[in-house]
Ligand binder design. Structure first.
Ligand code: SF4
Length: 333
């Protein structure tokens, strides 16, 4: 395991680490992809930073022999599903996801058995096995379009995120949609009380809300009650947050998602004051991808991510069904 620590108080060590990472990536012909929730050092050294779907697309397009996915395990799996002939590595295979873990393939099988005619719509934050049992995947930016595209008389099983599901149900006005009670511990931890307090303390600020957040219902309530002008409440995936930031009229924005997002937003729109709704909204799994783990991953070509062929083929169909319905946009988390 590499010994040097790159970041923190020693800029020279940080620079030397970044040089070593770039050199190793070149020697291995590897492309480094980093999710928006990664620590700043990893985001800055990566070839591409973005949301999970945008990164999977980069993975599918690349000429590199090796894809190093700095994110959580289901994201690296999606990259492998879309690029089956590439070697996909994750710097720490223990980097899971509480939302993806909130439904297992066995649980989904049992739920389907109770609703044999229903169609399954799964958010991309799911394991490959769950995707393989899914009819259409969705991202937070196209979930409403995906559900609207399905026959009105068909029951829908929506999993795993209850907050995104509630948002989709409200937006589509659809009654025959059943929602799995899963959640991400980070997003659920951003509460309505925090949001209300922050909007009262910052009456001129815009709000960027990820629809997985526990506070997303209260954000819509605040807007509907005219407590915050509707035009200042933006329900956005992380990719859409970057796009919105570049045309941002207000000089202060409250951001309700994982705090790693602030780094990209501040780079994209340096004149805007971005503040977290909850400073403690950190994903411990995302933060398992440390600078040392990335260096070790490049040196040893571990941890490799594999998906059995039959599962990958079925999972790919549900991802491709999503893409055929419409532009997934800046998708996923
Ligand atoms: S922030 Fe939540 S949904 Fe995202 S990777 Fe972490 S646990 Fe999963």
């Amino acid at each position: 395991m590499p010994s040097a620590t790159p970041a923190g108080s020693d800029p020279a060590a940080g620079k030397a680490w970044a040089e070593r990472i770039k050199e190793l990536a070149e020697q291995r012909n590897a492309v480094i992809l980093a999710h928006n929730y990664q620590i700043p050092e990893i985001q800055d050294v990566a070839h591409y930073t973005g949301d999970s779907l945008a990164l999977s697309r980069k993975a599918a397009e690349t000429d590199a022999n090796i894809i190093v996915f700095c994110g959580v395990h289901f994201m690296a799996e999606s990259a492998k599903i879309l690029s089956p002939n590439k070697k996909v590595l994750i710097p720490d295979e223990r980097a899971g996801c509480s939302l993806a873990d909130s439904i297992t393939a066995d649980e989904l099988r049992a739920w389907k058995a109770e609703h044999p005619d229903a169609l399954v719509v799964s958010y991309v934050n799911t394991t490959a096995e769950v995707k393989a049992l899914t009819d259409v995947c969705c991202t937070s930016s196209n979930a409403v379009d995906v559900v609207n595209s399905l026959p009105a008389d068909k029951e829908i099983l929506f999993c795993p995120d209850q907050f995104l599901g509630a948002y989709v149900k409200r937006e589509t006005g659809r009654e025959n949609i059943y929602i799995w009670a899963g959640e991400c511990h980070v997003h659920a931890g951003i509460s309505a009380q925090q949001l209300t307090q922050q909007t009262q303390d910052n009456p001129d600020a815009d709000l960027y809300i990820h629809p997985e957040c526990g506070c997303s219902n209260s954000a819509l309530y605040l807007a509907n009650e005219d407590l915050v002008p509707q035009e200042r409440v933006h329900m956005l995936s992380t990719g859409q947050m970057i796009t919105q930031s570049q045309k941002q009229p207000q000089n202060k924005v409250l951001v309700a998602t994982e705090t790693g997002m602030l780094h990209q937003l501040r780079q994209a729109a340096p004149d805007v004051d971005f503040q977290a709704v909850n400073d403690h909204a950190e994903c411990k799994y995302m933060k398992m991808i440390t600078p040392q783990a990335l260096e070790h991953c490049l040196m040893e070509e571990t941890d490799e991510v594999t998906v059995p062929e039959n599962i990958a083929n079925a999972a790919r169909k549900s991802l491709e069904a999503m893409i055929s319905i419409g532009n997934p946009g800046g998708g996923g988390e």
